[in-house]
Design a protein around this ligand. Structure first.
Ligand code: GRF
Length: 190
């Protein structure tokens, strides 16, 4: 069955769904747990329909991380994949899973990263800066937002007539195409 993966997501969860579907057919790993900080996040319904265990932890539980770590240990989690997760990862998790936590950022870091840079804000900033390209960055998580070492990037064009949702759509296609693949390669090394 391979490595046991937990996905953390705060929002809609389309990447979480894509990861679950991909690893359903892979020997390298399986998504067995989804954690969120939002009781009304779209990801909950989405993954529960797929038969995946999903748990909600309040923001203060994400500050200490104790209950989170317990939930991860209960499910024997080997690897953590963030997919649209908006809170800081508590220190105890970083220590328990060194180089075993990855994130995807919807732009080409180090540009358009950092605190408050998420969702449409990122894509709007890319448009406002007159960029002709954007993309995705898959990176390890360390103690600073969007600053862990970069594992993989892929690019797509930005056209002069694009709205932020046009850019978001193009970036999402890159995420679906590459995130599971890149995670799979990492699983073979852990
Ligand atoms: C993705 O664009 C991801 O890069 C970013 O948040 C978005 C999540 O989308 N970190 P979804 O919830 O997976 O649809």
């Amino acid at each position: 069955m391979g490595k046991r993966i937990a996905v953390f997501a705060s929002g809609n969860g389309s990447n979480a769904e894509n990861l679950i579907t991909y690893f359903d057919k892979s020997e390298s790993g399986r998504v067995v747990l989804v954690l969120t900080n939002k009781a009304d996040a779209g990801v909950i319904d989405r993954v529960e329909k797929m038969g995946i265990l999903c748990k909600v932890f309040a923001n203060d539980q994400w500050k200490t991380g104790e209950a989170i770590l317990k939930a991860l240990h209960e499910e024997d989690i080997d690897f953590i994949v963030l997919a649209g997760f908006l809170l800081r990862i508590p220190l105890n998790l970083l220590h328990a899973y060194p180089h075993h936590i990855v994130n995807i950022h919807p732009a080409l870091l180090p540009k358009f990263g950092g605190k408050g840079m998420y969702g449409d804000r990122v894509h709007q900033a890319v448009i406002d800066a007159g960029e002709t390209h954007t993309g995705i960055t898959i990176h390890y998580i360390d103690e600073h937002y969007d600053e862990g070492s970069i594992i993989f990037q892929a690019e797509c064009p930005v056209y002069p007539t694009d709205t932020s949702s046009d850019v978001a759509e193009r970036v999402h296609q890159l995420e679906y195409r590459y995130y599971p693949d890149v995670v799979e390669q990492l699983l073979y090394k852990v």
